[in-house]
Design a protein around this ligand. Structure first.
Ligand code: URP
Ligand code: ZN
Ligand code: ZN
Length: 475
């Protein structure tokens, strides 16, 4: 059935205007003033903003990590995402060195199919570049539409790849039109610092932060940017936390390199002192890179404002405090790394960013949705409100006041990292391809409704593939 969203203020990354949106068959077919359609259901958005659905470029659902498995799977995680205003996620598909890449992709399809309530795509981790990978990858890019490759520069002996692997991945990405993502921390030096801290009897959660100093994030970010320059390729630095890393990204961008950066709500709002909470509570805030000294938050907000960083991901990687984080009770290095962020990403960025005037409303839409859709080959199907785009829409009450809490959140995890935070604004209704997933703050979606997204290739300058003319862009 057709729907008309009426009387709302439509906000995209470019414009803000009063207008009605006509949806037919899951797609936006008309935008105008006082639209009429006899056979359409009218959805009243009076007093609300009408945003494109959030695009979260960084999630880890149902992922084995740190001796356990992340608590939210594709069902609970995407339901929580939808409550929070996110209508698309791109999740990390973990590979293993001794199995074909296609096996890992198959496993991730099995985890998500029949469960996701919103649309989703995959990034593919590259741990090694051998003959099998060189043979398989072009096929996976073409057939699966997985056009972003992740390399970990940290987590020694677990996920970490060496510089040769990163460089070869950058070369492959250039050849096949994909974007290389890096977790940028110097894993070798971190491993040394962790061993030293433990030898000295320092086992508490705060040593997680003290053994991963910002200089090692800056160093790895600069190294990855240099290798990108040498390969004439493109790089996306995930979860940027500190001034040292922002400087390296800004330096690369000032040289004209295709280097992009993402930060996350936790780095914008929380700081290193959270890891000092007593009774092991600091473990709730253990993720990598770690929380930093508070002054870095201003640097990150400024970097979003001035375009040095382009996106905000959640890095959703939830573990219960009881039973999972507790694996590291006597050794901080055994605390599973990650936190529950998928639900609050959108509203925190609205409340702390747009509402408080740190970024404009249009910039808010850009960092929460549009820029990720562009970089990851989903625009303009996702990431905007335009004729022909999927009707992925958030009707958002900008005046609602609420307090974030594990008591009321929808993630399948026993704590919320933003517990007690007062925020302004709340998604009221959320549509994916024209269907309500959240209606009047109630979940009305169906597990399995979410569709897998075959993404377009990264669009390099001078290499615009004709059939992909709206592919992920350079900006
Ligand atoms: O601590 C984190 N960030 N856990 C998820 C894996 C990663 O590094 O992104
Ligand atoms: Zn990471
Ligand atoms: Zn992550």
């Amino acid at each position: 059935m057709k729907k008309i969203i009426k009387n709302g203020t439509v906000v995209t990354a470019a414009d803000t205007y009063f207008g009605d949106i006509l949806i037919d068959d899951g797609v936006i077919v008309m935008i105008g003033v006082d639209l009429d359609a006899e056979d359409a259901e009218v959805v009243d958005a009076s007093g609300c903003y009408v945003f494109p659905g959030g695009v979260d470029p960084h999630t880890h659902l149902d992922m084995p990590f740190g001796g356990t498995v992340t608590k939210d799977d594709f069902e609970t995680g995407t339901i929580a995402a939808a409550y929070g205003g996110t209508t698309t996620i791109i999740d990390f598909c973990l590979t293993s060195k001794d199995a074909p890449l296609s096996k890992a992709v198959e496993t991730w399809h099995a985890k998500s199919k029949g469960k996701a309530v919103i649309d989703y795509g995959f990034h593919l981790m590259i741990g090694d570049v051998n003959d099998d990978v060189l043979f398989e990858l072009p096929q996976i890019i073409e057939e699966e539409g997985i056009t972003s490759l992740k390399v970990f520069m940290a987590y020694k002996n677990v996920l970490q790849a060496d510089d040769g692997t990163l460089f070869k991945t950058l070369l492959m990405a250039k050849e096949h039109g994909s974007l290389v993502m890096v977790h940028a921390e110097n894993g070798d030096v971190i491993a040394y610092l962790i061993d030293k801290a433990l030898e000295e009897g320092n086992t508490e959660p705060v040593y997680h932060a003290l053994t991963r100093p910002p200089v090692l994030e800056g160093e790895a970010t600069g190294r990855a940017a240099n290798l990108t320059e040498l390969a004439d390729s493109q790089l996306y630095v995930v979860h940027v936390t500190c001034a040292e890393a922002v400087m390296k990204i800004a330096e690369a961008r000032n040289k004209g390199l295709r280097v992009y950066g993402e930060t996350c709500p936790q780095y914008l709002m929380l700081d290193q002192s959270y890891l000092e909470k007593p009774d092991f509570e600091g473990a709730k805030y253990v993720w990598s890179p770690p929380l930093r000294e508070k002054w870095n938050q201003d640097v990150l907000w400024d970097a979003l404002l001035n375009g040095q960083l382009q996106t905000v991901g959640s890095d959703q990687c939830s573990f219960d405090f009881k039973g999972q984080k507790e694996l590291g009770l006597n050794d901080f290095s055994k605390i599973p790394n990650g936190g529950p962020m998928i639900e609050d990403r959108f509203s925190i960025l609205y409340s702390e960013g747009a509402h408080k005037g740190r970024i404009s409303l249009n910039k808010f839409v850009d960092v929460i949705s549009t820029a990720s859709a562009k970089l990851f080959g989903l625009f303009p199907k996702k990431g905007t409100i335009a004729i022909g785009s999927d009707a992925d829409i958030v009707i958002f009450d900008p005046h609602a006041q609420r307090t974030i809490s594990a008591e009321t959140h929808h993630m399948n995890v026993d704590y919320n990292a933003f517990e007690g935070m007062q925020i302004t604004g709340e998604p009221v209704s959320v549509l994916v391809r024209g269907e309500f997933i959240i209606r009047d703050k109630q979940f009305v979606g169906t597990p399995g409704y979410g569709q897998y997204l075959h993404r377009k290739r990264f669009n390099q300058p001078g290499k615009l593939p004709i059939k992909d003319k709206t592919a992920g862009g350079v900006f």
